[in-house]
Design a protein around this ligand. Structure first.
Ligand SMILES: [Zn+2]
Length: 367
């Protein structure tokens, strides 16, 4: 279900993916079209209401919410009349839980934080002259565990002595913990010039796919990812590699909000060296603990009133009405700024276009 709306969501299906017009999103969340500050960047669309800002583009899968990068599962498309279309899945699983976390149906207070230092034992993860993934993950997890206990959480580590644990053992530990959230800590690897922190949640359910246990918590996992990623950027000073989605084996099977945090690239000389330093590790620990706190505040039913002042819209009055629309073909939004179209032209038939290539944020990953 899309968030219930006082208006109507004009759903249309393109290449098997359900899309809604950006205009519907704008009116549902009571956002205005805004002019981005500074230099005009081709292909960008900014919506805001003084409290929240959504910047789409310039790349078709890029969305910045409050200046933080969220990589969309499906590219924003443009129909023949120049209207932008956003996938229903991205509205439901990404935009909605970030803008209105207090509306997450199965939200619950956080009691236990399960920390999963990635790899261990014979499985060293990425090893470079600058950083050893398993060692950094274990040190950060141990320090983060101590910090979170000080802040009143119960903490469970999936391994504490650099031992290898199978994904199933990690999953079983987390699934048996009461009211838990799950944070898996990794270092990334790539070209030597790649850097930045990234936070992953389970890729949303595709058409004709069987739901996995992790899909039950898609919305709260995204709210958690955004809280942690924002804290990494704002408090630890990490470069923003964005909130992303992937199929990562523990995330598939966890029955709690769960994320995988790539703290940075072990393969980048500067970032790898920094990740191995105690000074930066302590910054990361404080940032992640603050991120957990921010998420826990929103999830705690006792703080609803405070949260309601956040950038959310009024509770909707009527259930969502879905208008069946004629199947339309559309093309990825071009990399240039489009003039605003008259509302009357909005549902004009669209031209045929090729299907955009998938990017690696949906790729199947096993780590
Ligand atoms: Zn890893």
């Amino acid at each position: 279900m899309l968030p219930a709306s006082v208006g109507t969501w004009h759903l249309r299906e393109i290449d098997g993916v359900a899309y809604v017009p950006l205009e519907d999103l704008r009116s549902f969340y009571k956002l205005m079209p805004l002019q981005p500050k500074g230099r005009k960047v081709a292909g960008q669309r900014l919506l805001g209401n003084g409290e929240v800002e959504l910047l789409f583009g310039p790349a078709p899968r890029e969305l910045f919410i409050q200046n933080r990068l969220c990589v969309l599962t499906h590219p924003v498309l443009q129909d023949a009349s120049g209207d932008l279309l956003v996938s229903r899945s991205d509205v439901l699983n990404l935009i909605e839980p970030v803008l209105r976390p207090t509306y997450i149906a199965n939200r619950r207070a956080v009691r236990t934080v399960v920390l999963d230092p990635a790899h261990g034992g014979h499985d060293t993860g990425t090893v470079t002259p600058y950083a050893r993934e398993a060692d950094v993950a274990l040190t950060v997890a141990a320090r983060l565990g101590a910090e979170l206990r000080k802040r009143g959480y119960e903490v469970l580590l999936t391994q504490e002595q650099n031992q290898y644990q199978s994904p199933q053992v990690r999953v079983d530990k987390a699934n048996s913990a009461p009211a838990a959230i799950f944070l898996s800590l990794h270092l990334n690897s790539g070209r030597s010039d790649m850097k930045g922190a990234q936070t992953y949640t389970l890729a949303p359910l595709g058409k004709n796919e069987k739901p996995l246990p992790g899909h039950e918590f898609s919305q709260s996992s995204m709210a958690l990812a955004m809280a942690l990623q924002s804290a990494m950027v704002e408090k630890a000073g990490a470069e923003d590699g964005g909130c992303r989605r992937a199929h990562y084996s523990p995330l598939n099977s966890l029955r709690c909000p769960s994320v995988m945090v790539e703290l940075g690239y072990a393969t980048n000389p500067e970032e790898g060296t920094r990740l191995s330093s105690e000074e930066y590790q302590l910054k990361v620990v404080n940032a992640l603990a603050d991120g957990v706190d921010a998420y826990a505040r929103v999830m705690n039913p006792a703080t609803v009133l405070q949260v309601q002042k956040a950038p959310v819209v009024e509770p909707p009055a009527a259930p969502v009405k879905v208008e069946p629309a004629a199947p339309a073909k559309a093309k990825p939004a071009p990399q240039k700024t489009q003039p605003r179209q008259k509302a009357a032209r909005r549902r004009a038939p669209a031209r045929k276009a090729s299907r955009p290539a998938r990017r690696n944020n949906n790729s199947r990953r096993r780590r």
